[in-house]
Design a protein around this ligand. Structure first.
Ligand SMILES: Nc1ncnc2c1ncn2[C@@H]1O[C@H](COP(=O)(O)OP(=O)(O)OP(=O)(O)O)[C@@H](O)[C@H]1O
Length: 356
């Protein structure tokens, strides 16, 4: 599988970046971390917009940077999406897309027509940028990045400048990119919900260093990381819709190790979905609970126990077959229930978010 090998060392007053990463050559890799952790700087190094004194970057067996090699940005087969699309105001949307394409030197991987269709902007092609909404402008910005037929798409918080409504409007298009593009995407974000929804692979940065990197589900289930996610601690599960209960308008999704009920959606059985389960919505019981308003009660085994941000809380990871859930418990209840690794428990899941 093609791969991206990136090693950068950069020193600025008050900030240094020191990373050595191997990223998959397909799917969406999220660069995640708090503000100032170095996400944008790392993305800019990959794009050649920063030139660190010590750096090595190999993309699909081609060296873009090492001690004796430097491929300038315009010669790298990249598409770059900024937080806000800066479109030429005097050109129509189509003019903006074609301008980007003229500068493209790479082999055509994603045609302009395909980019237009993927981002749903065909009805906007004759419009001028100042007549577009923020969300539409950003969709054009993404299409423009794709119109240069890139071999990799670099996105720097493409939703950060949008309000919640516009974000919701654009997320389905990003999901389409995820499903239909065959080029790797590196996606900078500090929003856990975006990462849970879009990423396949996760790199967590803190103060210019990589804290952890790996497949999304596995990395989110780590409870030993110093990064503070607060209310967003939780896991994602790759699941399949297996039953719709029309009477109660509920839907059952199955994952390796169990199944969960959630609100029904208009999705056919067999459809692959991603579900997010937050640690605050998971509780544990030793004996099988009696009648309860909680619909999802599953047998599991405690896998690991770790500290949480507040000294009164713990994070407990449980195993259900090959899947993992994380529960947030008070230290007192963990003590009272005798929660230790290896202990069989019943997991109660109060709420499940479908990332679809
Ligand atoms: N050109 C520069 N010269 C010196 N310091 C810089 C430069 N650009 C960024 N920095 C600093 O480097 C650090 C990392 O910045 P960076 O933009 O990569 O963080 P980030 O994780 O992308 O943050 P955010 O989520 O806020 O965009 C910050 O402390 C920033 O002030």
């Amino acid at each position: 599988m093609p791969e991206i090998a990136a090693r950068f060392k950069l020193d600025w007053p008050g900030f240094s970046l020191d990373v050595d990463l191997h990223l998959p050559g397909k799917g969406v890799t999220a660069l995640f971390g708090h503000s100032g952790s170095g996400k944008t700087t790392l993305l800019r190094c990959i794009a050649g917009l920063e030139r660190p004194a010590h750096g090595r970057l190999v993309f699909n067996d081609r060296t873009w940077q090492d001690a004796g090699t430097w491929l300038p940005t315009h010669r790298r087969p990249i598409g770059y999406v900024f937080q806000e699309a800066s479109l030429f105001p005097h050109l129509s949307v189509l003019g903006n897309l074609e301008y980007g394409r003229q500068r493209s030197a790479g082999t055509a991987r994603v045609a302009l027509d395909q980019a237009v269709a993927l981002l749903g902007i065909d009805h906007l092609l004759q419009r001028k940028p100042d007549s577009l909404s923020g969300g539409e402008r950003q969709r054009v910005g993404i299409a423009r990045a794709l119109a240069v037929s890139p071999e990799i798409l670099l996105m720097d918080e493409p939703l950060a400048a949008l309000d919640l409504k516009r974000k919701q409007e654009i997320l389905p298009y990003l999901e389409r990119l995820h499903d239909q593009l065959d080029i790797p995407v590196i996606y900078v974000s500090h929003a856990p919900d975006e990462v849970a929804r879009l990423a396949d692979h996760l790199v967590v940065l803190d103060a210019g260093r990589v804290i952890t990197a790996g497949p999304l589900a596995e990395t989110l289930a780590r409870i030993d990381l110093p990064i503070r996610l607060g209310e967003d601690v939780g896991v994602v599960l790759e699941a399949t819709v297996d039953h719709i209960d029309e009477t109660w308008q509920l839907m059952r999704v199955t994952f390796p190790g169990g199944s969960l009920w959630t609100r029904a959606r208009d999705l056919p059985p067999g459809r692959r979905v991603r579900v997010r389960v937050l640690a605050r919505d998971v509780s544990l019981a030793i004996d099988e609970p009696g009648p309860s308003s909680i619909q999802n009660i599953l047998p599991a085994t405690v896998d690991a126990v770790g500290p949480d941000e507040h000294p009164g809380l713990l994070l407990v990871r449980v195993a259900l077959g090959e899947s993992r859930l994380v529960a947030r418990l008070t230290r007192r209840s963990a003590e009272q229930l005798g929660i230790v690794a290896g202990r069989p428990v019943h997991v109660q899941v109060k709420s499940v978010a479908l990332m679809e």
